[in-house]
Design a binder for this molecule. Structure first.
Ligand SMILES: [Zn+2]
Ligand SMILES: [Zn+2]
Length: 159
């Protein structure tokens, strides 16, 4: 049983890690995983990986059951978007996100990251001027993204 849930957890991490900075509901994760499992089955990779069926067995409820552990391990962050009832999850452990400060749009909920160089400069600036050392990996700055900003500026234009 324990081994089974480890397998599910690995599949979850694998799925999330190829989609850094994207927000998923539990439903979307479960759907994505079963699509991935189908693709693997078609390509015959399930047998090759030695996992005997790969991710085919992951249901929505097991995604629900496994997310808290990933959250506790600091790999996944729960995100809520104003005006949306669903809870979203974002993967924090992606190598491409290492050392990057993230930006979260208050309007559409999308997450972006600043390049590690810009992030380092920003952290340096804060450190020199505020005497505060930012935890870059954990920092999410809230605001409005360029897309939402231009949409707000042209309220008559429907996208
Ligand atoms: Zn990122
Ligand atoms: Zn936005």
């Amino acid at each position: 049983m324990a081994e089974y849930s480890t397998k599910q957890r690995k599949a979850l991490i694998r799925f999330l890690s190829v989609h850094p900075d994207e927000l998923f509901t539990v439903e979307q994760i479960a759907e994505g995983l079963s699509e991935e499992a189908e693709e693997r089955a078609v390509e015959g990779k399930a047998a090759e990986s030695g996992e005997g069926g790969g991710t085919a067995g992951i249901s929505r409820s097991s995604v629900y059951r496994n997310l808290p552990a990933l959250e506790a391990a600091g790999l996944v962050k729960r995100v809520s978007i104003p005006g949306r009832r669903e809870v979203f999850y974002r993967f924090k452990g992606s190598p491409s996100c290492r050392g990057c400060i993230h930006l979260s749009c208050r309007s559409c909920g999308r997450i972006f990251h600043l390049g590690s160089e810009t992030s380092a400069k920003l952290a340096e600036y804060v450190s020199e001027n505020g005497g505060f050392t930012l935890d870059r990996t954990d920092t999410v700055i809230s605001g409005i993204c360029a897309k939402c900003k231009s949409r707000n500026r042209n309220p008559n234009r429907q996208t």
